[in-house]
Design a protein around this ligand. Sequence first.
Ligand SMILES: Nc1ncnc2c1ncn2[C@@H]1O[C@H](COP(=O)(O)OP(=O)(O)OP(=O)(O)O)[C@@H](O)[C@H]1O
Ligand SMILES: [Mg+2]
Length: 336
Amino acid sequence: MPKVLLLGIETSCDDTATAVVRGGVHVLANVSTNQDAFHAKYGGIVPEIASRRHAALLSAAVDDALSRAGTHLDQLDGIAVTAGPGLIGSLVVGVAAAKALAFATGLPLYAVNHLHGHLFAAFLERDAPPPYPFLALLVSGGHTQLVEVESPTALRIIGRTRDDAAGEAFDKTARLLDLPFPGGPALEALGRTGDPKAFAFPRHRPDPGTLDMSFSGLKTSVRYFLESDTGKDARREDVAASFQAAVVDVLIDRTARALDARDYRAVVLSGGVAANGALQSAFLALGERYRIPAFVPERRFCTDNAAMIAAAAERRGDVARVDPLHLVADPNLPFT
Ligand SMILES: Nc1ncnc2c1ncn2[C@@H]1O[C@H](COP(=O)(O)OP(=O)(O)OP(=O)(O)O)[C@@H](O)[C@H]1O
Ligand SMILES: [Mg+2]
C-alpha cells in the first residue's frame, strides 16, 4: 500500500482513541481520551463504565482526529479498527463504529489485533523502520511475550509469562504501596528517588529451558516483605525501585537469551510498560551489547493508542482486510 491514509480506531480497554496515519508512519492526528478519572475510585478498570464512556465519546473522537489531521472521510484510503483481544463491551463500540463508517463510505476495513498494534508502534514516526527479522519484547497490562517477527504477517510467540503480565505486576505492587491508579507510572515516579539495590526481590525464571517468565511470585514477595518487620520500616521509594529492578532484570535476561539463540537484525520494545524509563535504558544497552539497533516507541505510542492500529493495518495490508458486514469483535482474538 503506497502512503495510504488510514483512520485508526482503538477501544479495546479504557482509552477512547482515534488517529489518522499516512503510510503507516506519519501521524497526522493521535487523539486519546483517558478514562482514568472514572475508574480511579474503583482501583481498576470497570468494564461497564469503559464501554459506556466509549459509546459517549467515540463519534466526537473520530471527528476530532479527522479535523486535527485536516482531512475528511472522503480523503481516506481505509479504516483500521482493533478487533480484539480486550474487553468485549469496549471492543464492540469501536468495531460497530468502524463497520458503519466503512459500510457508509465504501472504504476498505482492516481488522487489527491489539497486540500487533503494540508491535508496529515501533514503526511510527521513524525514517528507518526496524529491519526484519526482528525480536520484539511486548510488555503491556495484559500481556508479556517475546515475539519473533519474520515479516509483518509472520509472527511467532517464542516466550511468555506463565502468570501475571509485567504491567499487571506493576499495577498490583503499586496498590500494595498505596499508590493511585494506574499504578505503573506512579510506581516508576516513586522509585525515581529510591535505591534499586536496597532489597533483592526474587527474579523468577520458571523453566530455564524456555524463554518463559513469571511475575506473580515477585509481587507476592513484595507483599510479604511489606508485612514483615523490616518491610514496615522500609523506605517506599527503595521498595518501588527494587521491585522495578527485578522486573527489568527478568525481562532483559529473557530477551538476551532469545538474542543468543538466533541472529536478529533489530530488537523492538513495545506495550504500555515500554514507557518505563529504567526498562528503556536497559533495553537500549542490550541493543548495544548485541550490536543491533534497539527500537523503543515514543511514550505516547507505548500505551494504548489508535496510531499503532493504523500502522499495523498498513503493514499487514490485505491480510488484515475484512468484510464490513461480517467483522465480529473477539475478546480472545488469537495472536497470529
Ligand atoms: N512508566 C511505566 N512504568 C511501568 N508500567 C507502566 C508505565 N506506564 C504504563 N505502564 C503499565 O502499562 C500497562 C498499560 O499498558 P497497555 O495500555 O498497553 O495495556 P493494556 O492495553 O491494558 O493491556 P494489553 O495491551 O495487554 O491488552 C499498565 O499495566 C500500566 O501500569
Ligand atoms: Mg494495550
